[in-house]
Design a protein around this ligand. Sequence first.
Ligand code: 13P
Length: 254
Amino acid sequence: MRKKIVAGNWKMNLDYNEGLGVFSEIINMVKDEVTGAQEAIICSPFIHIHSLVQLAKGYHKVAVGAQNAHQAEAGAYTGETSARMIKSVGAAYVILGHSERRQYFGESNELLAKKTDTVLKHDLRPIFCIGETLQEREANQHFDVIKAQLAEGVFHLDAAQFAKLVLAYEPVWAIGTGVTATSAQAQEIHAFIRKEIAAQYGQEVADNTTILYGGSCTPKNAPELFAQPDIDGGLIGGASLKSRDFVDIIKAFN
Ligand code: 13P
């Protein structure tokens, strides 16, 4: 069956020492408090990744990821970081297609398809984000937007490649706003995503795909969200910066 995952997205927060501090606390709490087969992932700024991977050695429930990767293998792209570099410091995951990348850095579905290919080629697992804006939801376009993000971003993959993906549904209107999708709204979209995957790759692949919910997820609302049949965990922004909150969200599975 599919894996239950709680992934933290630190975004552009925490300096080097602060990040190591929060991560050490998370490891200690996960080690002592988290039972079952869940996996915790922290997607940090590039600066932290190497040191976090060292700290996580020996703790199989905790993995480290990046928040972006360039689509090219290498070359004259000042300021960018390649998938090969990310792999070389021991990260396991890369967030792709976050709405902040789509909005502030103009990342299109077409570009994200290329990034997905490059990341998979280097044996990293994409955490591929999709989700509609408030305007799109109010215009009742949310299903079409999600369908296009999947079709243009990841459905070119073959089934074996697709099986490496984690998907994250993050309604843009719920990110950092304190407004969470209701568990019913989130479940409705997650079930739709799984149906789209089944149509493309078959029911078995769909049943094995981990689909995370993201957007103002907290220790308080996580139990109800995670209890939904098609929600397999969370992608956590603000609450992942506080070790206690992040680990309490993982414990929402219990
Ligand atoms: P918040 O949890 O801060 O709303 O952020 C969600 C998110 O964007 C995770 O990628």
